[in-house]
Design a protein around this ligand. Structure first.
Ligand code: GLC
Length: 477
């Protein structure tokens, strides 16, 4: 690959953009597999799982800078680096079982996984030559968690990927470039970087001595990574982002990079697919790629938060999945294991019900694309971020007339999350469509259907197999 040409202000020259395009274009198959997968497990786990959102009696909501999600405790409580690092001496998750986690994901119908290999606190869940601040060299646990999950996932038909916080590192990232990058990016305010106790290094030195070497370690050891999920790019320049992209490509040419590899202010995004906002279902004008993903929490925190029991019910979780997939995206749903290495049982129970629904209706989800209509029906949904859901809670129920649509190989799927009490429904968006056949997924029993001036009217002989509605396969022509 070509040398990186860098203009004065850190923007890429045309040559590197052409290099990027060539590398990105070679990932067509990997992107198709990404679209096939549709549903993944995000895992936020690290030293922050020990305090679980409470530090010296103060909760995340008791003031501080940054979001109130539990993995931000070092920032919210402005914990000095040395004091926070003491947590590593007590990190001994004896309950951790990689096969159990991969099995929970598989039973939920999740086809891939993304584990926080290093989050904003700078602590790595893998052995690293670039930094001894990691689970193997720095804790009594001594086991390489990334390595164990990388081995376990294929045993359960789950593709394995990692999250890596490449720009923000509150232990080794200095002020994450707050000082020496601001002049390059006018108006970019401080992004909750480490102002309270920054390490005495420049952002460029951090990138050169820790972030780039660790990304290279991960890509070199695990060239079959499904994806590398970069996050909070902050001030990073196009040239810096290209360094990460090219390094990943050199060792793992089919590993997908998400769009947060690039900062929002740069002209060209170097992600292979687009990450939508957290717990955000994008409107059509927000979708910039044929391949995109919304990540979501099961309560209101990514990292384990001991006092947040506001779990998404199976119904709400399914509504997020079908809402995202009906718009053509993937849904990456997060679990925050405890310090002992246990995925909260409430999450496991919810995921098991989601998996049961997917066993019946997965054909309407996996490998589908958006149809010309995302959904019809009377219920309105607002999915505009983690805080939005926390504020709103989730009270909505769905009617049999709330119908989401997906499409695959010319077949249209009509999905509803409520069983039709009177055993019939009219699908208005199929009005005037040349319907040839209608089949309910999960049963061989026929459904009666007819075209009416209002749309496709369907009458069922049996109640759906799932308590959370059903899906119809509609063939046209
Ligand atoms: C935000 C948070 C981070 C979390 C991520 C998940 O970027 O800063 O803690 O990992 O959302 O998308």
């Amino acid at each position: 690959m070509g040398q990186i040409d860098e203009t004065k202000d850190g923007r890429q020259s045309d040559r590197t953009v052409a290099d990027w395009q060539e590398m990105h274009d070679s990932k067509r198959e990997a992107l198709e597999e990404f679209n096939q997968a549709k549903f993944g497990m995000f895992i936020h786990w690290g030293l922050y799982s020990i305090p679980g959102g409470v530090w010296k009696g103060l909760k995340m909501e008791d003031g501080g800078v940054g979001p109130a999600v539990a993995e931000w405790i070092m920032c919210r409580r402005a914990i000095p680096r040395a004091e926070y690092a003491e947590l590593a001496k007590g990190f001994n998750p004896v309950g951790f079982d990689a096969d159990a986690w991969a099995s929970i994901a598989a039973d939920a119908g999740m086809r891939y996984m993304a584990l926080t290999s290093k989050h904003h606190d700078g602590f790595a869940l893998f052995q690293s030559e670039a930094s001894s601040y990691n689970v193997v060299d720095g804790t009594p646990f001594k086991r390489d968690i990334v390595h164990e999950l990388h081995k376990a996932c294929p045993r359960h038909d789950v593709r394995f990927g990692v999250y890596y916080s490449h720009s923000r590192d509150w232990t080794d990232g200095g002020d994450c470039g707050d000082r020496d990058k601001t002049e390059l990016v006018e108006g970019l305010r401080s992004i909750a970087t480490n102002h309270w106790d920054p390490s005495p290094v420049s952002f460029q030195d951090y990138l050169r001595t820790k972030a780039l070497p660790q990304v290279e370690e991960l890509a070199r050891r695990y060239p079959d990574l499904f994806l590398m999920w970069f996050d909070t790019p902050g001030y990073i320049t196009e040239a810096d982002s290209f360094r990460f992209y090219r390094l990943l490509y050199e060792h793992a040419p089919q590993t997908l990079a998400n769009s947060r590899i690039s900062a929002n202010h740069v002209a060209r995004n170097l992600g292979d697919y687009q990450s939508a906002g957290d717990n955000h279902v994008p409107e059509p004008d927000e979708i910039r790629s044929a391949y995109w993903e919304t990540c979501g929490t099961m309560n209101n925190s990514w990292g384990y938060k001991s006092y947040d029991q506001d779990w998404k019910s199976p119904l709400e979780t399914l509504s997020w999945l079908v809402d995202v997939v009906s718009r053509g995206g993937n849904y990456l749903l997060n679990v925050g294991p405890t310090a002992e290495g246990v995925i909260p049982p409430e999450c496991v129970a919810i995921l098991r019900e989601v998996g049961a629904w997917l066993k019946i209706n997965g054909e309407a989800i996996y490998g589908t694309r958006a149809w010309k209509v995302f959904r019809e029906g009377p219920t309105s949904l607002s999915r505009k971020g983690t805080g939005d859901r926390e504020k709103m809670g989730f009270a909505v129920s769905f009617t049999p007339e709330d119908i989401w649509f997906t499409e695959k190989e010319g077949r249209i799927y009509a999905i509803t999350l409520a069983s039709p009490g009177n055993q019939k429904v009219v699908i208005r968006s199929l009005k005037d469509s040349p319907v040839r056949s209608v089949r309910m997924l999960g049963t061989d029993r026929p459904v009666d259907w007819e075209m009416t001036p209002d749309g496709l009217r369907v009458r069922f002989h049996d109640a759906p197999a799932s308590p959370y509605g059903y899906a119809l396969e509609v063939r046209l022509g």
